[in-house]
Design a protein around this ligand. Structure first.
Ligand SMILES: O=c1ccn([C@@H]2O[C@H](COP(=O)(O)OP(=O)(O)O)[C@@H](O)[C@H]2O)c(=O)[nH]1
Ligand SMILES: O=C(O)[C@@H](COP(=O)(O)O)O[C@H]1O[C@H](CO)[C@@H](O)[C@H](O)[C@H]1O
Length: 238
């Protein structure tokens, strides 16, 4: 019997790119599939309180839609998607991958063939980096210390995992700390995590006010996730 795959895409004001991302996912069948069926069994979009056309655009690609009346944060959107998902394997993707979403199916193979419990996509090095890479570095150090594993792309939202991993995690972080939280929980429970380099492209964070606000929000969220993981490990030791 084929393992069912649910794709979950959290999306907040992504009208500019979500159409291209969803189109790429539909046009991407598993290799050799004569009926040209997509590689996933359900495609869930969680509109996290967008004020643009995200929901309307998503509706033309899937009827598995969740709408948060207000913006609740990336992790909250991922959790809502997971509560609805029926798949045995869950693939999370950001909404801004555009055409590069065609590479997403490559995250599935190691999980489907039980070589890993979770796969994480490593993006190519950005050509025009405008920040300092601070959040990324902090995330890597924190995950190493609290989860005991060396993950280069612990912030990456492109990841596939067995349903069991998500059922056993301690809690979903609400915001951008969600991925480091997931990685730490999975590593602490002995799940096998592997990283795969894939030529994904996303909207890079700029050197403007919006870009720095984004980095600030990410930093607070990631630091908060580490703080809560630290507390949990303290109580678990007692
Ligand atoms: O409050 C939020 C913030 C972000 N996102 C979604 O989470 C994904 C990653 O967000 P973003 O691209 O801003 O983060 P980055 O890739 O820079 O870490 C995207 O699909 C966003 O639309 C969300 O659902 N709710
Ligand atoms: O891809 C990368 O090497 C870094 C670039 O970080 P900077 O924008 O140079 O701080 O991106 C990470 O940090 C960004 C900002 O905090 C996030 O938006 C990316 O998701 C994350 O990968």
């Amino acid at each position: 019997m084929r393992t069912a795959v649910s794709v979950i895409i959290p999306a907040w004001n992504e009208a500019e790119r979500i159409g291209e991302t969803l189109f790429a996912l539909q046009a991407q069948p598993l290799g050799g599939d004569e009926k040209r069926l997509p590689f996933w069994d359900e495609l869930i979009v969680v509109d996290d309180g967008s004020t643009d056309d995200t929901l309307r655009i998503a509706r033309s690609f899937t009827d598995r839609l969740i709408r948060h009346p207000r913006n609740e944060g990336k992790g909250a959107a991922m959790e809502s998607g997971f509560r609805l998902a029926k798949g045995d394997v869950i693939l999370f993707l950001d909404a801004d991958l555009g055409h590069s979403a065609t590479h997403a199916c490559k995250l599935l193979q190691p999980v489907l063939s039980d070589l890993a419990d979770m796969t994480i996509a490593v993006f190519p090095k950005p050509v025009n980096r405008s920040g300092l890479g601070l959040v990324k570095r902090l995330a890597q150090i924190g995950v190493r210390r609290l989860g005991g594993c060396n993950v280069r792309a612990s912030l990456s939202g492109q990841r596939a995992m067995k349903r069991e991993v998500l059922e056993r995690i301690v809690r979903f972080e609400r915001g951008f700390g969600v991925e480091v939280g997931l990685t730490i929980d999975a590593a602490r429970q002995g799940f096998r995590i592997i990283e795969i380099e894939l030529p994904f492209v996303h909207r890079y964070t700029g050197n403007d006010l919006a870009g720095w606000l984004h980095r600030g929000k990410q930093l607070c969220s990631v630091a908060g996730a580490f703080w809560r993981k630290r507390r949990v490990s303290f109580f678990q030791r007692r």
